[in-house]
Design a protein around this ligand. Sequence first.
Ligand code: OGA
Ligand code: NI
Length: 357
Amino acid sequence: MDSLEAWPEPVVPVQSLAEKDIETIPNNYIKPESERPSLTDVSHPNTLRIPVIDLGGLAEGVVECRATMKAISDACRDWGFFQVVNHGVSVELMSKMKEIWRAFFHLPMDQKQSYANSPTTYEGYGSRLGVDKDTILDWGDYFYLHLLPFAIKNPNKWPSLPSSIRETIEEYGSEVVKLCELLMKVMSLSLGLDVGDFQEAFGGEEVGACMRVNYYPKCPQPELTLGLSPHSDPGGLTVLLPDHHVQGLQVRKAGSWVTVQPLPNSFIVNIGDQIQVLSNAVYKSVEHRVIVNAEAERISIAFFYNPKSDLPVGPARQLITPDRPPLYRSMTFNEYRLYIRKKGPRGKSQVESLKAA
Ligand code: OGA
Ligand code: NI
């Protein structure tokens, strides 16, 4: 029932359904009407865009640096989401990472299945989030792996093919960690804390990092389902390498869904629940979801930068004032992520439930 030892029913990779050239999707992927996407929003996107921030500004003069920090801080307050360009990660490495993972998902099914995951750690090849039985599933497969802390990193649980995938993951991981460290400094300073306070609240050198590579196969009835249901990310900070050719990510803004249109070579950054808690809700994690389409598959690589898993995280002392009492009680990330691991994506219900009485 509440156990994370096994999936409640056999897991069927969505890719194996998509490759059968079916014209209709199975019932257990059909969302209730109120949750279905409105695909006209995608062909006629509204004019709202998530902010775009050129991180090159941080390395320029004082004026540019301040303006860039303010742009980041405003985006964290108003949107919980932004795109970054000039982020320091090599464009070749970004393309290589996407191509190598695309090749992984195109390997024969039995090779992928040899990495089949279980809900205990989620590491490996899977399709399902949550262990509740009889839920409506999402139209997507994924590969999940841990990069940090070093002690739990186990490259033997990573794919061994295509060749050099492990080295590519390592190299990519260390580049993206640097970007996360930079963003943590900017957020900390922007809230009036010392430059290293956010990092320290996450466990300093002992932070966690994991990756979920998402694979959304073509879908014959995209208007009935979702690639990933609405959720906020449970961790600290997410750096998403989007598919720059196929859109699909939507962000909730004032009750409507805004489709993200990634700029060339950009990353999409978003605030997770742990930073909402640490910032005492000055910065917000925001709901997002993924829609699928009939014409093209889509790949995205989500890098999650998280607090040390056994360290309680609560609102930063400096952000608690008589006018602004602590909004959340502290909890370790190990405890926190059990919720999504059991229930799957459920909007922002979890962080809401942490609200101090
Ligand atoms: C995620 C996520 C978005 C995407 O993996 O948490 O929100 O575009 N992915 O795949
Ligand atoms: Ni997400």
